[in-house]
Design a binder for this molecule. Structure first.
Ligand SMILES: O=C(O)CCC(=O)C(=O)O
Ligand SMILES: [Fe+2]
Length: 870
């Protein structure tokens, strides 16, 4: 079958200004083609040929730039922002569904990189996805042209959406337009470099594997090279050429229009339902070897360079895509739960980039090993939704992603993301019933984005210049040398919170790397801004006590007058917020601007855009000086390392993101080729198959006491790692600058980058040691990043020179301060904890102490008390 008689052609010339009959005819031709094939050549669409030529000329100019220039606008890590330049091999498109017996084939396929480069452009209005532009002098005029072209394409898109609304039979021609302000579309410039035809044919490399698009419609412009193929909806797995047609655009239906119209993907649902034919199809398509010219053989041919420009039309992020009543009836009830564009996009993006397909049910089985559940089988039924663990898999009908988290030793939660909604179940034996089916989930289980989307990252192979280093581990090609063009952006606070101005001209600058070996640094990042601004402490004082009654007079607080942290740091206080009532009366000590002898902060290895903004956490720069009143910090003066916002950053050879900080914290680490990372055994939850793992055990006498605490796992990139501690708590990053040594509690150590040294030591307790109990800690020094975990939230306390502070042992996480350990008897300052008495540590500044808000032992005792039989 040839393209011309397979993909219908629709001529829009009499759409504009045509009679009602003309418009109805065009609308029904278009919609009919959407029903039968899902792909349509649209001619006389309204974009002039010379404008299209110009667009291709800009694309060629862009991709002809040297790599290091293109890397000045790198695609940010993670699936949430899809903008800027993606180098060959970065993205792996996949949607193929494999039968169980084809597992090996699928694993093989995932190793095949997509040989394409692309540049994604969105609207400037979509703040969640800031554009990543090249510096203007690298390609003057590029930004202006592509922006203009973006909006020109949208004009055409609006007409196509109108025609579809009319063709479906909606009374309201503007129905779809109302969900499309245009800000959420995406213009994609694509270049497929020349490649040996034989390699493409043999699947040694790919151009773009079969997939459906995620939005409402796609308008695709392609050059004359060929290679685009569309699946024949009547013959699964059979693809036909979408031969280039001069000046035509190819329109195809995306998943969201399919869902709106109660459409189907034959591949998934035809097996279980008899689909009606009148649904709009989101058809699989791919880019592969173009037809060879007559007489030439695959062995001797090259697939030439190919350029294409898709324009993805998507509803606004919050638009709820629900089955249209015109497309459902009692025989054909809605097939898909409502979903917002943003939810759906994220679900697809996750699968797309991780090499895990988020929409193919059978791919669940490929996901399971990633989450370490190789011995379990999961079965998902549509309604009610059940998950069976350790039982035989039968049939999978929903699109789902699973993740397992462990709560202590006994309980596991299994979370399923089905069609973008989260289900949670607690294992009781081997059978799990999910909490909700999707209908109730849509109303009651709309959890926060962070909770619903656990996979924060994706595997980014290093840029091509960095690949293939076969040499010794420490010698890697240099990272890209400049930051993305646009890093100055003011992110408005959420509604209802006071807003503080953005940090002045604090644009992150590339900074010399602190660590010695040079790994290819992942591209500089434009992370989303912190989500929250916290209100400033109120200015007013609490009213003085009433004059009547026995006046009680308390001695004034010690004369110490510590200085206030800079204003923005006060706002970052998350651990204890000043609600006004606790503000000390007017005689509070005077504050000045800077603390003498305040401990020095940790140098940034590489500042990120986010780090230029006020943010909490140890990586946010020098610790603020404490603000003391009556010898204790004034409420509002703790610097909470605790936060629910993601902490993101880079290090030499990788990047990290700490997310899900609602007690389910994970750290996602991207490692460049050859970059090592050391972690505590057991913290791994998932990793890319490209990571190599070296288990290493330092055996010594210490092991007798240290047990597994001295063991370590070393992971070597490239790829992604997901690490999580076993406790319910947070994770914090400490940047080590080589000049200090940290003591880290037995259970607090999670992982560190190369350059960090770790030992396990018993603290010299001197006369304070008693009853054989000691305090074993990790002694950590060197240069690099260290990740620690807490039970509960983590609080950072910075101590000025000579400042003293007492902390219960059970709440200690890490410190770099001198300390003295003491036993405090029952009724002492630590009274009230489950142990009744215990060790406390008295610290003397300067330095920093990290505390955890919960005491694991106390919690253990509490749990034991509550789980004992009555
Ligand atoms: O390059 C092409 O022709 C197709 C591109 C495509 O399908 C996509 O980017 O989704
Ligand atoms: Fe596509």
């Amino acid at each position: 079958m040839t393209a011309s008689n397979f993909i219908p052609v629709v001529d829009m010339s009499s759409w504009h200004g045509g009679s009602t009959a003309d418009r109805k005819r065009i609308a029904s031709e278009l919609t009919d083609a959407c029903r039968r094939v899902g792909f349509i050549y649209v001619v006389h669409h309204g974009i002039p040929a010379d404008l299209l030529e110009e667009a291709f000329a800009w694309s060629r100019r862009l991709f002809n730039l040297p790599l290091e220039k293109k890397m000045l606008a790198p695609h940010p890590p993670g699936p949430s922002v899809h903008r800027g330049y993606s180098w060959p091999g970065l993205e792996k498109v996949s949607q193929t569904i494999y039968a169980d017996e084809e597992k090996d084939k699928q694993a093989e396929d995932r190793k095949v990189h997509d040989v394409k480069e692309s540049y994604e452009i969105g609207s400037e209005e979509l703040l969640q996805q800031p554009n990543v532009w090249l510096p203007e002098d690298v390609l003057p005029g590029f930004r202006e042209f592509t922006t203009k072209f973006y909006w020109r394409c949208f004009d055409v898109a609006k007409e196509l959406l109108r025609a579809i609304a009319l063709g479906i039979g909606l009374d309201d021609e503007d129905f779809f337009s109302r969900f499309h302000s245009g800000l959420n579309n995406q213009l994609r410039l694509l270049h497929y470099p020349p490649v040996e035809a034989e390699k493409l044919k043999n699947n040694e490399v790919a151009r773009m594997p079969a997939h459906s698009d995620w939005g409402t419609i796609t308008m695709l412009f392609q050059d004359q090279s060929g290679g685009l193929q569309v699946e024949d909806p009547n013959q699964q797995g059979h693809f036909v050429n979408a031969t280039p047609m001069n000046n035509a655009l190819i329109m195809n239906v995306g998943d969201l229009l399919m869902r709106w119209s109660n459409g189907f993907k034959k591949t998934y649902l035809a097996l279980i339902t008899q689909p009606r034919i009148d649904y709009l199809k989101s058809t699989l398509h791919r880019v592969t070897l173009p037809p060879l010219s007559q007489g030439s053989s695959v062995e001797s041919s090259m697939a030439l360079s190919r350029y294409s420009i898709p324009y993805f039309v998507a509803p606004d992020p919050t638009a709820l895509i629900e089955c249209l009543s015109a497309c459902a009836d009692t025989q054909n009830p809605p097939r898909y739960p409502p979903v917002t564009q943003d939810d759906y996009r994220k679900m697809r993006a996750r699968g797309q980039n991780r090499g895990v397909c988020a929409t193919g049910p059978r791919n669940l089985r490929n996901i399971l090993p990633i989450f370490g559940t190789t011995r379990s089988s999961f079965v998902v039924h549509s309604a009610p939704t059940y998950v069976f663990v350790n039982s035989a898999a039968t049939e999978l009908m929903n699109d789902a992603l699973f993740m397992k988290t462990t709560l202590g030793r006994r309980y596991s939660t299994y979370m399923a993301w089905v069609e973008g909604f989260k289900y949670t179940a607690l294992a009781d034996g081997c059978k799990l019933k999910l909490a909700t089916d999707y209908r109730s989930a849509t109303q009651t289980d709309r959890l926060s984005e962070r909770t619903r989307y656990p996979m924060s990252g994706q595997y980014y192979p290093p840029p091509p210049s960095a690949a293939g280093s076969g040499g010794p581990q420490k010698s890697y090609p240099p990272p890209p040398t400049s930051p993305p063009a646009n890093q100055t952006r003011f992110y408005p606070p959420p509604p209802g919170t006071p807003s503080y101005p953005p940090p002045g001209a604090a644009q992150p600058q590339p900074q010399a790397q602190v660590q010695s070996p040079g790994y290819p640094t992942p591209p500089h990042q434009n992370y989303p801004p912190p989500q929250q601004n916290y209100p400033a402490p109120p200015q007013q004082s609490v009213s003085p006590p009433p004059k009547t009654g026995t006046p009680t007079s308390y001695p004034p607080p010690p004369a110490q007058s510590f200085q206030s942290p800079p204003q923005h740091q006060q706002h970052m206080n998350l651990a204890i917020r000043n609600n006004g009532a606790a503000t000390p009366p007017g005689n509070a000590p005077a504050y000045s601007d800077a603390a003498p002898n305040a401990p020095q902060g940790y140098p940034q290895e590489k500042p990120s855009a986010q780090q230029a903004q006020p943010q909490p956490g140890p990586s946010a720069g020098p610790p603020p000086a404490p603000n003391m009143s009556a010898g204790a910090p004034t409420p509002g003066q703790f610097v909470g390392a605790s936060t629910t916002m993601d902490d993101v950053g880079t290090f030499n050879g990788g990047s990290y993101r700490i997310s899900h900080r609602d007690c389910n914290t994970i750290v996602t680490i991207q490692l460049a080729m050859g970059c090592p990372l050391t972690a505590r055994p057991g913290v791994l939850i998932a990793m890319s198959p490209t990571i190599t793992l070296k288990g290493e055990y330092k055996f010594s006498m210490k092991k007798l006491v240290a047990g597994s605490d001295l063991g370590q796992s070393t992971f070597i990139g490239p790829g992604e790692l997901l690490l999580a501690p076993s406790m319910l708590g947070d994770i914090t990053t400490i940047r080590l600058n080589g000049e200090e040594s940290w003591s880290v509690g037995k259970d607090a150590y999670v992982a560190n980058t190369q350059g960090v040294q770790r030992d396990y030591k018993r603290q010299g307790l001197g006369k304070a040691m008693f009853s054989g109990e000691g305090l074993w800690v990790h002694k950590i020094s060197g240069v690099g990043l260290l990740w620690i975990t807490s039970f509960g939230a983590i609080i950072r306390k910075d101590l000025a020179e000579g400042e003293k502070y007492i902390v219960d042992n059970g709440h200690l996480v890490a410190w770099n301060v001198k300390y003295v350990m003491e036993r405090v008897s029952s009724g002492g300052i630590i009274a009230g904890f489950a142990t009744g008495e215990g060790l406390v540590c008295k610290f003397t500044g300067p330095g920093t102490v990290f505390l955890q808000t919960r005491n694991p032992r106390a919690f253990g005792a509490y749990m034991a008390g509550n789980t004992a039989p009555p």
